[in-house]
Design a protein around this ligand. Structure first.
Ligand code: NAI
Length: 462
């Protein structure tokens, strides 16, 4: 048995970042992780492996569509699927080993196994009980099940199985036009699959700015994805390695059945809290199964805290990381804090989609007087040279004060561009502050400045 200042359960982006910061702040820290490698869902079966496949499939797309125009001649590459998966696995390995190195460097103990909490101050792993002043639950989330849909992770898969299919499917049905469905759906489309996305609502990516939703859907359709909107999936089953998916249109209750080589279920995730013994401890969960916490991540039981996907808020790796750092600071007696008003969201497709702050729909609903500054990437020289003119930057600013309230970008490097607006918002900047900041030419970031100029006297290049 060992005694620690902090034991963190789960080594995903929330847990491992919390551990490193705890150690840096002088707390004796251990992390319990049952997976064979550190990094959680994000590094092992989520954000990082999907980015490897996005990159590879984008390279193929560039070779097939733009190389000849640029005077790059030769046979287009073909897909060696097992090599692509090996590349993806190598990327995972480099990252998970990197965290192992950081744990050693910071003298963090990795307790291998699955944890439960028999009492406040105690963490049980296998037959051993470890003691800690503070316990942080950072156990993340799992794919939510959909009634009637039998996931086997071979033909009917969640995002985990979709990153390790035995071959590129000829046809793929994606259930849910959210982040996971569109990122992975567009990967497989570029690798040659016929992709049909079935979505319950009338718009893709719920909660996103309406104008971006429409442009995004149009661009994905141009890439060859087919959408069935307003349709509730009733069942998905497998027979002789072929899947049948039945959906019902909401407008007239008519039923249709599609056949496919693979089905990706991407209809949301749920907090992972089973097996911890939270019921017996009396830790309060919300109706949605999230662990309830106060503003300092304390649960209803003294000495037990929770962060990341297991608590309320967007299920995003970077939100969990920020909570991990704030948690460590709080445990070390400092003033840790997360600004939930400035958490960016990024969809890693081509083009990328990124947002921060309020949408136009939210501002309208709140009755707020706002102005819109918009600039198309068609007017950006760098984007034109790179075949990346699709999309726009849209900045929403307060009508009276010019303070930036939100930003929505669809276009090249949107996931990176959004951060200058995040920083501006953290500092309470006005659109004019961005507009008066010199931006290097020629860069994509000029489109952000032009959108900021569009909130005032107008952009230059449109
Ligand atoms: P999501 O909540 O983003 O989207 C699920 C979609 O499925 C919704 O559009 C919903 O209307 C639809 N749906 C639900 N039931 C349905 C049914 N029976 N038939 C048809 N459509 C149905 O969930 P997703 O994509 O699974 O992602 C889960 C979580 O992981 C999200 O919180 C997401 O933010 C996070 N994530 C974030 C990434 C990123 O930031 N790039 C990448 C991957 C995941």
């Amino acid at each position: 048995m060992s005694t620690y200042d902090v034991i963190i359960i789960g080594a995903g982006p929330g847990g491992y970042v919390c551990a490193i910061r705890c150690a840096q702040l002088g707390l004796k820290t251990a992390v319990v992780e049952g997976r064979e490698t550190l990094g959680g869902t994000c590094l092992n079966v989520g954000c990082i492996p999907s980015k490897a496949l996005l990159h590879a499939s984008h390279m193929l797309h560039e070779a097939e569509t733009n190389f000849a125009t640029m005077g790059l001649k030769g046979k287009s590459p073909s897909v060696d699927w097992s090599q692509m998966l090996a590349y993806k696995d190598d990327v995972i390995g480099q990252n998970t080993k990197g965290i192992e190195f950081l744990f050693k460097k910071n003298k963090i103990d990795w307790i291998k196994g699955w944890a439960s909490i028999p009492a406040a101050g105690k963490v049980k792993v296998g037959d051993e009980v470890h003691e800690a002043k503070h316990i942080v639950i950072a156990t993340g989330s799992d794919s939510a099940a959909l009634p009637g849909v039998e996931v086997d992770e071979k033909v009917i898969v969640t995002s985990t199985g979709a990153l390790a299919l035995s071959s590129v499917p000829k046809s793929l049905v994606v259930i849910g036009a959210g982040v996971i469905g569109l990122e992975l759906g567009s990967v497989y489309r570029r690798l040659g699959s016929e992709v049909t996305v079935i979505e319950y609502l009338d718009a893709i990516t719920p909660g996103m700015d309406g104008e971006v939703q429409k442009t995004f859907k149009r661009l994905l359709e141009k890439q060859g994805l087919t959408f069935v909107m307003g349709a509730a999936v009733q069942s998905a089953t497998v027979k002789a390695k072929k899947a049948s998916v039945t959906y019902k249109l909401r407008k007239d209750d008519s039923e249709t059945t599609l056949q496919a080589d693979a089905v990706l279920v991407a209809t949301g995730r749920k907090p992972h809290t089973e097996g911890l013994g939270l019921d017996a401890l009396g830790v309060t969960l919300s109706k949605r199964g999230q662990i309830e916490t106060d503003a300092h991540y304390a649960t209803s039981v003294a000495g037990i805290y929770a962060i990341g996907d297991a608590i309320a808020g967007p299920m995003l790796a970077h939100k969990a990381e920020d909570e991990g750092m704030a948690m460590a600071e709080i445990l070390a007696g400092k003033a840790g804090h997360v600004n939930y008003g400035v958490i960016p969201g990024v969809i890693y497709t081509h083009p990328e989609v990124a947002n921060v702050g309020q949408t136009e729909e939210q501002l309208k609903e709140a009755g707020r007087a706002y102005k819109v500054g918009k600039f198309s990437f068609m007017g950006n020289g760098r984007a034109k040279a790179n075949f990346a003119g699709d999309g726009f930057v849209k900045i929403l600013a307060d009508n009276a004060t010019d303070r930036i309230l939100g930003a929505h970008i669809i276009g090249p490097a949107a996931g990176d561009l959004i951060h200058e607006i995040c920083v501006a918002m953290e500092f309470g900047a006005a659109a004019e502050d961005l507009a008066r900041t010199c931006h290097a030419h020629p860069t994509y970031s000029e489109a952000v400045r032009e959108a900021a100029l569009a909130c005032g006297d107008g952009p230059i290049h449109s």
